[in-house]
Structure formats: structure tokens, C-alpha cells
Ligand binder design. Structure first.
Ligand code: ATP
Ligand code: MG
Length: 267
């Protein structure tokens, strides 16, 4: 069976002071291979926890993750992660960073060089392959992080706010790149973002989560990611349905934030 099943996942963190936090409760979702899912929700609703469980970094208190018919019991090369920033190896140059996974697998030098070259082409960094990480802009570093992830040829790419630290213009270009990679590689992608626009643009499916306990509040199937492949994303944003969905989801999240604030103030 292919695809990713998130099956009745719950996660409770027991704190040293004897209390506990229900970070996720009964979260279920089926992703087909090649689907692109964006996840939105107020701070603390369990987005990172969900991703960490899918990555195998955390074991859930209940439920399971099944990838291609096999239960996930820890990290694995078939699931690649792209973090918000700072996850590159500072002591390696661009080429070595991208080639890290293939090196670990013991791949022959020539084959590795071919893969690295190809991926640096895909992310537009061929001219920077001998640069050190500190010589790159934030956007370039994230492109290296994407290429490094792809070099492992994972089935699923997990991204936690991958574009969150970038300026608006670079971010828009990177959104286009994520769509291009999605279409060209056919990878299954889960992307967490705080930006409603980004979630709409990049989510073929969009999950809105609610906090305390972290759970699925609403799910959408959207046409914008498909529209955005090879098209100016600003044109997509002008679509009347895009504006309507943006307003709907903004109000939804605003209401949740208000409720959280109300509860905090009442304490
Ligand atoms: N290791 C941990 N120990 C205790 N509590 C934790 C731990 N990790 C997360 N939590 C709690 O679980 C809840 C969900 O956290 P999580 O980081 O998944 O939220 P998030 O949706 O990613 O938030 P943000 O948008 O701010 O990144 C929060 O209440 C958080 O305090
Ligand atoms: Mg988070």
C-alpha cells in the first residue's frame, strides 16, 4: 500500500511539575503518494509535534504512522526534513552539504557528483557549489536545504516553516520553486506555515488545526497549487476564490486566537 496514513494520533507531554499537555488528540489523515498538504493553525496547536512524529523523532502516546504499508518506528531516509533555518552543516561547502546523504549511503563518487550537479541545477545554485554556507543569503541556504533533502530521494518531504525566515520577495520565489519541485519529483510533501496565503498557494490539501487539544479543525481541497505550477503566483492570488478562502480561514484562525487569549486572561 503506498501513501502515508496518520492513524488516530495522540501525543501527551507529561511535565516535571506533574501536569501534562495534550499536544495532539485523535488526528487521522490519509495522504496519497504525491499529494501536497499544507498545515496551518495557531501557535501551540501541535503542528511541529505532528511533523516530528511523522519524521520518527517522537513516538506518539497513541496511534501510528504508516508509510507505504510499513509502520514508522523512528527516523528513516524515506522521510526528509527541511527546517526553518540553520540546519546546514556550516563546516561543509554547498556541494558537500547536498552530497551528505549520498556520502552516508556510501555512493560512488561519480554517481554522487552527478546527483549533486543535477540538484544544484534544479535549485539554481550551480555557480555557488564551492561556496561556504556563510557566504549564502537566507534564500540560497534554504535552496541548499531543499537540494540536500532531495539528494536522499525521500518519498515524503516534511517542511516546518521552511520559508518563514525569508523576505517577502525571496519567499514568493521559493514558493514557486516548491511547486516546481513538487510537480517534477512527484514527492509527497507536508508543509507547515503560519501564512494563510502560503498555505492556500502551496496546499493541494490544506489542514487547519485547532489547539488544546491539538486536532484537525477543517480540511480543504484547493485548486491553487495546480494553478500555480508554471504560472505567476500573483495571478493565482487574484483569483476570486483565493480571496474568499483567505478571508474565511483568516477569520477562523482569528476566532481561535481570540478564544485562546480569552482563556489565558481568565486564568
Ligand atoms: N517536548 C515538549 N515537552 C512539553 N511540551 C511540549 C513539547 N513539545 C511541544 N510541547 C507542547 O505541545 C503543544 C504543541 O506544540 P507544537 O510545538 O507542536 O506547536 P506548533 O503548532 O508547532 O506551534 P508554533 O506555531 O508556535 O510552532 C504546545 O502546547 C507545546 O508547549
Ligand atoms: Mg511549530
Amino acid at each position: 500500500m503506498s501513501g502515508l496514513q496518520i492513524d488516530r494520533l495522540s501525543m501527551r507531554f507529561d511535565l516535571p511539575n506533574g501536569t501534562s499537555v495534550q499536544a495532539l488528540k485523535d488526528v487521522s489523515l490519509d495522504l496519497q503518494a504525491g499529494e501536497l498538504l499544507s498545515v496551518l493553525g495557531p501557535s501551540g496547536c501541535g503542528k511541529t509535534t505532528l511533523l516530528n512524529i511523522v519524521a520518527g523523532f517522537l513516538a506518539p502516546t497513541d496511534g501510528q504512522i504508516v508509510l507505504n504499508g510499513k509502520r514508522v518506528r523512528g527516523p528513516g531516509a524515506e522521510r526528509g526534513m527541511v527546517f526553518q533555518q540553520g540546519a546546514l552543516f556550516e563546516w561543509m561547502n554547498v556541494r558537500q552539504n547536498v552530497g551528505f546523504g549520498p556520502s552516508m549511503k556510501g555512493m560512488a563518487k561519480a554517481e554522487k557528483a552527478g546527483i549533486v550537479d543535477h540538484l544544484l541545477d534544479v535549485v539554481g545554485l550551480q555557480d555557488f557549489k564551492d561556496k561556504a554556507v556563510y557566504e549564502l543569503s537566507g534564500g540560497m541556504q534554504q535552496r541548499v536545504a531543499l537540494a540536500r533533502c532531495l539528494a536522499n530521494d525521500p518519498d515524503v518531504i516534511l517542511m516546518d516553516e521552511p520559508l518563514g525566515a525569508l523576505d517577502a520577495l525571496t519567499r514568493e520565489k521559493m514558493q514557486g520553486l516548491v511547486l516546481k519541485l513538487w510537480k517534477e519529483t512527484g514527492k509527497t510533501i507536508i508543509l507547515i506555515t503560519h501564512s494563510v496565503e502560503e498555505a492556500l498557494l502551496l496546499g493541494e490539501r490544506l489542514l487547519v488545526m485547532a489547539p488544546r487539544p491539538g486536532r484537525i479543525h477543517k480540511e480543504y481541497r484547493l485548486p491553487f497549487a495546480e494553478m500555480g505550477v508554471g504560472q505567476d503566483l500573483r495571478v493565482v492570488k487574484k483569483h476570486p476564490e483565493f480571496a474568499a478562502r483567505r478571508e474565511e480561514i483568516l477569520s477562523m484562525i482569528w476566532d481561535m486566537e481570540e478564544e485562546i487569549m480569552g482563556r489565558t486572561e481568565a486564568v
